[in-house]
Design a protein around this ligand. Structure first.
Ligand SMILES: CC(C)(COP(=O)(O)OP(=O)(O)OC[C@H]1O[C@@H](n2cnc3c(N)ncnc32)[C@H](O)[C@@H]1OP(=O)(O)O)[C@@H](O)C(=O)NCCC(=O)NCCSC(=O)C[C@H](O)C(=O)O
Ligand SMILES: [Mg+2]
Length: 279
């Protein structure tokens, strides 16, 4: 949400999202930058979002606001700082050093937005550049603009880029979040794009409006059927003959399927833990 939007900052206290990203970049007009920075820092420092992860998106490294944003953001103590338009591994190392110099504790993470052709092509190096870097976030609006492409259902113009970044994130063991869906009144289009991202393997989707939170949770959380299937797979494996392969409901189950079942059950457990009242 825009750092300058007091109503949205307040409303976010009641949203069932996993993370809150307070934006100082493109959602804030140049003459509101300083006010947004002050408001974001004050809000974060007062810890109003309970167990949700709190992230401040600063302005890009090539802007006059970057250093003051980063200093104020680090001092406010969010879980992570998101930096837009990260273009190279060297830039990631510079940002990590800037965070260090601003006094960031070791567990304050860095989220890098991937939203230029150069960043997509260098995504693995970016993902591996610093232990502070925890997540990649696709900036599909900027990427579409830079490619001189169009926003179309199914996102064919950016699918290669999305998949390259997913490969990089998985190879580097980092979280990766899909970009935003701009039409906040198009519930069907949103759901379809969220499902597409889920099927590709994204860990989640960045959102711009409260109406997108519920549908995103439904798409990315394991369904009851998936949870029951995962339990069945695990049970078949544990009661099997230890030969390395069993069948469950006619399907071949090997070690790798058991890993997937465990991941689904861990995710379901984490979601039910998060659903027990958030403050
Ligand atoms: C897109 C919006 C400008 C729409 O705003 P609006 O028309 O005011 O929405 P509603 O009237 O439907 O709002 C209903 C209520 O919900 C609150 N609200 C709206 N948005 C948010 C939000 N993001 N977080 C929390 N609460 C929100 C309103 O205050 C209303 O509350 P109430 O008064 O109680 O009724 C607007 O949604 C918006 O500004 N969204 C966020 C924009 C933003 O943050 N952009 C930056 C991220 S996008 C990005 O990163 C792109 C990337 O860089 C790329 O390249 O792709
Ligand atoms: Mg962008």
């Amino acid at each position: 949400m825009p750092g300058a939007n007091a109503r949205a900052l307040d409303k976010a206290k009641g949203l069932a999202c996993d993370a809150i990203i307070i934006d100082l970049e493109d959602a804030v007009a140049p003459d509101a930058k300083e006010e947004a920075r002050r408001r974001a820092a004050e809000t974060v420092a007062s810890h109003p979002y309970g167990t949700r992860e709190v992230v401040i998106r600063v302005n890009g490294m090539d802007t006059p606001w970057y250093h003051d944003d980063l200093t104020a953001a680090v001092a406010a103590g969010p879980d992570a700082i998101a930096v837009p338009k990260v273009g190279s591994a060297d830039q990631v190392r510079t940002i990590a050093a800037d965070m260090e110099a601003a006094g960031a504790p070791a567990d304050m993470r860095l989220w890098a937005m991937i939203e230029t052709p150069r960043a997509v092509l260098d995504c693995l190096a970016i993902a591996e550049a610093s232990p502070r870097l925890a997540a990649l976030v696709m900036g599909t609006n900027d990427l579409t603009k830079e490619l001189q492409a169009q926003h179309v259902p199914g996102r064919a113009p950016v699918t290669t880029a999305l998949q390259m970044c997913l490969l990089a994130a998985r190879a580097a063991g980092k979280v990766i979040l899909d970009g935003v869906y701009n039409d906040v009144r198009d519930a069907e289009g949103f759901r379809s794009q969220a499902e597409e991202a889920y099927l590709m393997g994204f860990d989640g989707k960045t959102l711009i409006h409260p109406s997108q939170v519920g549908p995103a949770n439904e798409v990315f959380a394991p369904s009851q059927d998936e949870v029951e299937d995962a339990r069945g797979v695990l049970d078949a494996w544990e009661t099997g003959d230890g030969s390395g392969v069993v069948t469950y409901q006619g399907r071949m189950i090997e070690n790798l399927h058991v890993d997937t079942a465990r991941r689904i059950l861990a995710l379901a457990d984490a979601i039910s833990a998060a659903e027990t009242p958030r403050d």
